[in-house]
Design a protein. Structure first.
Length: 106
């Protein structure tokens, strides 16, 4: 954790929303991330891509949110993928076992 302030940006394209994360996704950022993601996740007709290119850190709270999103999108049978996962975050995903549930980058 380097203490970089969390920021999230959404880019809407035809039938798709790309959510770009930047900084530390931890307990302090959870409320902001949830409030940004909730309306997007609940729209089953929109493809959702989470771009983690600039994510510097994620804790168990952030991983819990991702698991919730995975479950919701799976129940809706809606597209959800995570792309540009930094190596240190990918290692954490691998250690926790959630990698096998993430759609690999195309």
């Amino acid at each position: 954790m380097n203490g970089k302030k969390f920021a999230v940006k959404t880019v809407q394209q035809e039938g798709q929303v790309i959510v770009q994360t930047c900084g530390d996704l931890d307990l302090a950022a959870a409320k902001e991330f949830r409030s940004t993601m909730e309306p997007i996740v609940n729209d089953a007709n929109t493809e959702l891509t989470l771009d983690m290119k600039e994510l510097t850190y994620i804790d168990s709270t952030g991983i819990g949110i991702l698991i919730s999103i995975l479950k919701m999108r799976h129940e809706q049978k809606s597209a959800f993928r995570i792309v540009n996962v930094p190596t240190h975050v990918q290692k954490l995903f691998d250690m926790t076992g959630i990698s096998k549930f993430l759609t690999p980058q195309a």
